[in-house]
Design a protein around this ligand. Structure first.
Ligand code: F6R
Length: 263
């Protein structure tokens, strides 16, 4: 794993945007995997600014979101369809037919999951998958103790994740218990994964993901087997890392072409 540590969430968003921009500029038809939640909001603001400054365009890109709640209409204020419109898609030039988000309102949820996998495959696969991480180490909505090779499917949220996400709803009782999420196996097939995490509340999960044993107890730890994962952390999220100084040392010694901060 490649670990990038910055002073604050704003600097994390800036470096994460540079990584996304690299794909948008460098590839003819980039396929981006996207996440929702509080963590990527700063990244999306940065991408919108870069787009407005005409430094990047999404017109040739395709996107696949990680997950969606089952049962929320696309216009529901807490649905991830609505989140993506309000935080990114309404402000950039991505063609509507290139946007893919799991459909939590589908009559046949199982078929919609199979179709989602087929669409990812048909796109040529995900070039860069943006990920947040839950306090319990989930990525997408792959909660602890699930299979580390799962595919897009219907999952049940833990009570703790429901409590964490209650902040976006009127109360925890309104948070759907079921979601559709790309599986760990689906995420592992992305050519490059970028995990973002900020704040001390994430520090234990971040430590388990990077320095713990690979275990279904901390699903993000599966990324230790991924061929190319970049983790972008603020100081608070990185605070429990045993090898923190080493990660800084590695970044200082990157060759120019390896460094995201170089033009
Ligand atoms: C959202 C997702 C989740 C979140 C995670 C962290 O699409 O896949 O795994 O990334 O729950 O959420 P925040 O960023 O709100 O702390």
């Amino acid at each position: 794993m490649e670990i990038i540590i910055r002073d604050n969430p704003q600097d994390c968003a800036r470096v994460a945007a540079k990584i996304v921009a690299k794909y948008l500029r460098g590839k003819k038809g980039p396929v981006l995997g996207l996440a929702t939640g509080g963590t990527p909001e700063g990244l999306y603001r940065q991408l919108i600014s870069l787009y407005r400054a005409k430094k990047i365009s999404f017109k040739n890109s395709t996107t696949f979101n990680l997950d969606e709640y089952v049962g929320l209409t696309h216009s529901h204020p807490q649905s991830y369809h609505r989140y993506m419109k309000e935080h990114l898609f309404d402000f950039i030039d991505i063609p509507e037919d290139k946007i893919n988000i799991p459909d939590g309102t589908a009559c046949d949820l199982r078929q919609t999951c199979l179709d989602y996998e087929a669409r990812i495959k048909a796109s040529g696969g995900i070039d860069l998958q943006v990920l947040g991480i839950g306090r319990n180490g989930h990525i997408g909505f792959n909660e602890p103790m699930g299979s580390l090779s799962s595919r897009t499917w219907i999952k049940i949220l833990t009570e703790n994740t429901i409590k964490d996400n209650a902040r976006f709803f009127e109360d925890a009782g309104k948070v759907p218990r079921h979601v559709i999420t790309m599986g760990i196996g689906t995420i592992m097939e992305a050519r490059h994964c970028m995990v973002m995490a900020c704040g001390w509340k994430k520090s234990q999960a971040v430590k388990a993901m990077i320095e713990g044993p690979v275990t279904a107890k901390w699903p993000a730890s599966a990324l230790q087997f991924h061929k190319r994962t970049t983790v972008v952390l603020d100081e608070a999220a990185a605070s429990l890392l045993f090898h923190k100084e080493h990660y800084g040392w590695v970044e200082k010694n990157l060759l120019e072409w390896q460094n995201y901060e170089m033009p």
